[in-house]
Design a protein around this ligand. Structure first.
Ligand code: X8Z
Ligand code: ZN
Length: 595
């Protein structure tokens, strides 16, 4: 939850640079000051409204949330338009960058027309609530996402899996019309700001020409694709052993309900079915957490301790008082994990319905990565209080979680003996199911949205376009026929939430790059998957330096600091998984791979 995008609006008349007057640097400085002051003043209100809406989903909080989004939308668009008036003025780099941030940091541009802005705001608030309160009910018995996800992760009965899979997707059917209208209105707003459409606006935020950025994504995916294809082939083959040809089909793709995760984005839950025969010992973190009586708070404390071991200050008392760690029994909340910066100072929090398992232990680190980032850049201009790019923001906590090695678990007392490193294939397979499996998913979500926003995918083929891309990138298919009566994209949080998703694709590349370089800084020699930067102040210093930069400099500068390179590069991920890739290729040599 990055505040710049959730700021409340101010409806008072702000001074506008006059049209005919020759604008000066002084005018730009005054404008920047006014915008920054306004954002600082209004953001806390908006954040508190959004917090309450997400923590208590009712008609009234949706109403309040919509009002707040509406005010914010109007304010952001007004400022973005006013900032354009300085386009031709010669300005110092820092002022130019702050103006560009004001023009180009929106994920949603409200149309100028107040009625349309209000309509858009209501749609956004409602979509978020529909997802958060979503339940699949049969004969009056309702199950939420948590319960259905448990079935998907644990059941090996494909009919039961199919019921949970299709059941969750019923919550998205009523979103379809609203989503379509959202696309129209958001595009109208983006065009008024000078972008071709909302997708183009999103692509413009990466300190490089938007088209080059799209090419960068293709290049990075090209690096990872052979590894993913090898994993997909192996997993498909092993799942065929379990479920048979009748369930799997013969097109080389994997039915989406069999991969252990509601969206088939993380395949860790099928590890037992696909692990190497000679897997070596792996640590069952979930069981270890249980054995050591970890509850939600202890999981968060442990994650905090890792950050502190790198040289960061502990979280403030208010974090512990105000965060939500557990799913309340008596009300609907948006359970999708998020990190919040309420006052741009110290009031940082997470909101999460924590399960005591490995997956959520990683997610807790992920969320704290956001919080520590937020606190580190709090003294920058408010327009720089965000990640070097959004992939950085998503990558920090994940980078830390990559350091949760056997040695680390021993250090914190979760295990007694470090398993031998003679054979780490099992460990690598588990991690690949989590990280490599995610990569094409992380890419395809916004490929779909970009095509929706630019009209290549029209509303009458929202679902068909979605499955085309799922097939193409992931080699994953719908388990039963899907039609345009459904709206499967809506069953993934970030679609109704309108959160750009390329950030997670980037984060999956970046976290391995950061890990490799921080391990080097820590003086670690050996296999990357055995490296932990826990307690290492030299690595911590580098990390903190990048966190404190926020978005003050182009992300390439931050990259230089943390990764000793100006480019994103997937070779670190490939290095990490190199022994597994060799093994996969050997397994696959007589198999028919591809789809
Ligand atoms: O949405 C998230 C975080 C919040 S920023 C929990 N993630 C993506 C997802 O759940 O789909 C983290 C990994 C990918
Ligand atoms: Zn995140």
């Amino acid at each position: 939850m990055l505040l710049l995008f959730t700021l409340a609006a101010c409806q008072t008349n702000q001074s506008k640079p006059e049209q005919n007057k020759q604008l000066t640097q002084q005018d730009a400085a005054e404008f920047l000051q006014m915008v920054e002051d306004t954002y600082i003043k209004e953001s806390e209100y908006a954040a508190r409204v959004a917090w309450v809406q997400a923590n208590f989903i009712t008609d009234d909080t949706v109403w309040l949330g919509a009002k707040s989004i509406e005010k914010m939308g109007a304010l952001q668009v007004k400022f973005a338009n006013q900032a354009k008036k300085f386009d031709d003025l010669d300005l110092p780099d820092d002022m130019r960058r702050r103006l560009e941030k004001i023009k180009g940091s929106l994920t949603l541009a409200a149309p100028d027309d107040p009625e349309k802005n209000a309509e858009l705001a209501q749609i956004m608030a409602k979509l978020e609530a529909m997802y958060g309160a979503g339940k699949y009910c049969v004969d009056g018995e309702c199950r939420d996402l948590g319960e259905l996800s448990k079935v998907i992760a644990e059941s090996r009965n494909h009919k039961e899996l199919l019921d949970a899979w299709t059941g969750w997707r019923t919550i998205a059917v009523p979103m379809r019309e609203k989503y379509q209208r959202m696309v129209e209105l958001a595009n109208e707003g983006a065009r008024e700001l000078g972008f071709a459409d909302t997708g183009a606006m999103w692509r413009a935020g990466y300190d490089m020409p938007a088209d080059d950025f799209a090419e960068e994504l293709d290049r990075l995916w090209g690096q990872v694709e052979p590894l993913y294809d090898a994993l997909q082939c192996h997993v498909r083959s092993e799942l065929t052993e379990q479920y048979g040809d009748e369930v799997m089909g013969d097109d080389g793709m994997i039915p989406a309900h069999l991969l252990g995760n509601m969206w088939a984005q993380d395949w860790t839950a099928v590890y037992d079915m696909v692990k190497p025969d000679n897997a070596g010992e792996t640590i069952d973190v979930t069981a270890r957490l249980k054995a050591h009586d970890y509850d939600a708070k202890k999981m968060v404390k442990t994650a905090e301790n890792f950050f502190v071991s790198l040289g960061l200050d502990p979280l403030p008392e208010t974090f512990w008082e105000r965060s939500l760690f557990l799913k309340p029994k008596d009300r609907d909340v948006v359970c999708h994990a998020s990190a919040w910066d309420i006052d741009n100072e110290d009031d940082i929090r997470i909101k999460m319905c924590i399960k005591e398992d490995y997956e959520d232990f990683v997610t807790v680190h992920h969320e704290l990565g956001h919080n520590f980032y937020q606190r580190a850049y709090k003294d920058k201009s408010i327009v720089y209080r965000t990640g070097a790019n959004d992939g950085f923001h998503e990558a920090i906590g994940d980078t830390i979680a990559l350091s949760m090695t056997p040695k680390y678990f021993k250090d914190i007392g979760l295990i007694d003996e470090i398993p031998s490193s003679d054979n780490d294939l099992g460990m690598l397979m588990k991690k690949a199911l989590e990280k490599v499996a995610f990569v094409p998913f992380g890419l395809m979500i916004d490929q779909w949205r970009w095509q929706v926003f630019n009209g290549e995918i029209s509303p009458d083929e929202y679902n068909a376009g979605w499955w085309r891309l799922r097939n193409q990138y992931q080699g994953v298919k719908a388990p039963v026929e899907r039609t345009e009566d459904q709206f499967d994209p809506g069953a993934k949080y970030h679609i109704p939430g309108n959160t750009p998703y390329t950030r997670y694709f980037l984060a999956h590349i970046l976290q391995f790059q950061f890990h490799r370089e921080l391990c080097k800084t820590a003086g670690f020699e050996g296999d990357l998957h055995r490296c932990s930067i826990y307690n290492n102040k030299a690595a911590g210093e580098k990390l903190i330096k990048v966190l404190e930069m926020g978005a003050e400099k182009p992300w390439q500068d931050a990259m230089q600091v943390i990764a000793n390179s100006r480019d994103m590069d997937a070779t670190a991920m490939l290095d990490y998984f190199a022994p597994l890739k060799l093994w996969l290729d050997e397994q696959n040599k007589d198999r028919q791979c591809g789809w």
